[in-house]
Design a protein around this ligand. Structure first.
Ligand code: SF4
Length: 79
């Protein structure tokens, strides 16, 4: 079975909202004004989440102007 994971470095986020617009199932704007992965595991500024399928995650990563979103398939970085 293929494992997918998304990671985001919130320290780089400039609050443009693009990821939330393109993939609201996964991302939301948090109370601190930065984007946030819903129900993620957090290690400092890094958020991680296993996802069952890619869905709109790659599109969100592609549209992030500061490339702080990364998507992995079986530990291989897709973007
Ligand atoms: S697209 Fe990137 S910079 Fe814009 S809100 Fe999402 S994570 Fe932040």
């Amino acid at each position: 079975m293929t494992n997918y994971r998304i990671e985001m470095d919130r320290a780089m986020c400039i609050s443009c909202g693009s990821c939330v617009d393109s993939c609201p199932d996964i991302w939301e704007m948090a109370a601190d004004g930065l984007s946030s992965i819903k129900d993620s595991e957090n290690e400092g500024d890094i958020q991680k989440k296993e996802i069952p399928e890619l869905g709109c995650s790659v599109e969100a990563a592609e549209k992030c102007p500061v490339t702080c979103i990364h998507v992995f398939e079986d530990e291989v970085e897709l973007i």
